[in-house]
Design a protein around this ligand. Structure first.
Ligand code: AMP
Length: 414
């Protein structure tokens, strides 16, 4: 049985101004509520997610002290899809969180060629973003669904879209093209790059955490169930391992990463696979899961004695090191390397294995600092400084949302 839950005790007389951040995927709805004030301070009040939507729906959330606020399971009939999950989660938030919602910030995977910064959502903007559904068919519709629901139910509530592609939009032209006839570029077949909210957050943290490299040449490795790497020059993205979709570059939990397009032709022409079957293979059955035949989760692979599990991890480390070489070439050298996301933040073993492969680039790990997960994990004499910086995409979205609704973003862009 789910544990007893009690609403957090917020003072009734003083409703806190808050921003809701929504990250809607195909089977999960993640959310955070941030208290805010005139100074621009953002404090996380609630962090939670509804997962197993359509299969085993379960809503979990914690308060600022990580205290559980709710852990409740639902029948599939009650929460069959994302709109139902949005409704249930919204009801729970309204009943328990006595806050004055001033805006909602949404993660939207694709901003297409147009959007290089967050945007205030209107019906027109949503119509524009609908056009990018074909560029991100698995993510974009889910991202847009709660926006549409809220626009119709609460038209007065400001909503802001923050894009995973936006941070990379200023990368150089040579990084933006595929060597295809120009007409494809014009219709949007470009190297967008993703995980931009994570990279932007890391770039923003660098002056505080790593001032010695923040203006230099830095590779950020976002290694989670989705994984990519980004080359930062003076805090700006100049190259990344992802392109048109989130399938390129590193092998990921269930995605293969870089693949010869000839393989796709082979699957369709020789194996008779449909586009839907190829899509399933590439998004759900490949990567660490496909290689190991065991799991997409690095923890499980590390615990397994099966040689195929070890091979999948070897493969991951090898591909990270290959792409580090590519990004170092784009930067013309390397001053810093940052690990972030699930694997990067939590696995000292994977960090050590990757760092060892980067020795030729000037990386020397401080073994104790790495085990203790210090922010700086390279030795003093390491030519390249190596850091572990936890990412926070939701806080980045909240910051953008607050800046847009308070007019600060417009002033900064002028
Ligand atoms: P993310 O998508 O950023 O939440 O990362 C999720 C992935 O991080 C999981 O699939 C795991 O493979 C990995 N992960 C999380 N914690 C650990 C850990 N302690 N050791 C190794 N891998 C981990």
């Amino acid at each position: 049985a789910p544990p007893e839950t009690s609403p957090p005790s917020l003072p009734d007389a003083l409703p806190i101004n808050a921003i809701l951040v929504v990250n809607a995927g195909s089977s999960s709805l993640k959310f955070q509520v941030f208290a805010t004030d005139a100074s621009g301070q953002l404090d996380c009040l609630v962090k939670g997610q509804m997962d197993g939507i359509g299969t085993r729906p379960r809503l979990r959330a914690t308060g600022p002290d990580k205290k559980p606020l709710i852990d409740q399971s639902y029948s599939v009939e009650k929460v069959p899809d994302l709109p139902a999950a949005t409704q249930e989660t919204g009801d729970w938030l309204r009943q328990t969180q006595k806050v004055n919602l001033v805006a909602v910030g949404h993660r939207v995977v694709h901003g297409g060629p147009e959007y290089s910064r967050p945007v205030r959502l209107t019906a027109d903007v949503v119509a524009q973003l609908e056009r990018y559904v074909s560029l991100a068919p698995l993510h974009q519709p889910n991202n847009l669904a709660p926006i549409r629901t809220l626009l119709s139910r609460r038209p007065e509530l400001p909503q802001v879209a923050c894009f995973d592609t936006a941070f990379h939009r200023d990368h150089p032209k040579v990084a933006d093209y595929y060597a295809l006839p120009e007409r494809f570029y014009k219709e949007g077949v470009r190297r967008y790059g993703f995980h931009g909210l994570s990279y932007e957050y890391i770039a923003q943290r660098l002056p505080d955490v790593a001032p010695n490299i923040s203006k230099g040449r830095v590779i950020v490795a976002h290694l989670g169930s989705g994984a990519s790497m980004c080359a930062l020059a003076n805090g700006r993205s100049i190259e990344s391992t992802l392109g048109f979709t989130a399938l390129d570059g590193l092998a990921m939990g269930t995605r293969p990463g870089q693949l010869d397009p000839g393989v796709v032709l082979y699957l369709i022409a020789e194996k008779g696979m449909t586009p839907a079957a190829v899509q399933d293979l590439f998004y759900k059955e490949s990567g660490l899961k496909g290689l190991s035949g065991i799991s997409n989760d690095v923890r499980e692979l590390q615990e397994s004695a099966d040689p195929k599990a070890a091979f999948a991890l070897d493969y991951f480390v090898y591909r990270v090191s290959l792409f580090a070489g590519m990004l170092a070439a784009a930067l013309g050298g390397l001053d810093g390397f940052v690990f972030t996301a699930g694997i990067g933040e939590n696995s000292a073993t994977m960090r050590a294995r990757i760092a060892e492969k980067l020795g030729w680039l000037g990386v020397t790990l401080d073994v104790d600092a790495n085990t203790a997960r210090k922010p700086l994990i390279s030795r003093n004499d390491s030519r390249v400084a190596v850091y572990v910086i936890p990412t926070n995409e939701e806080l980045m979205i909240a910051q953008h949302t607050l800046a847009l609704i308070s007019g600060r973003a417009e002033r900064a862009a002028e």
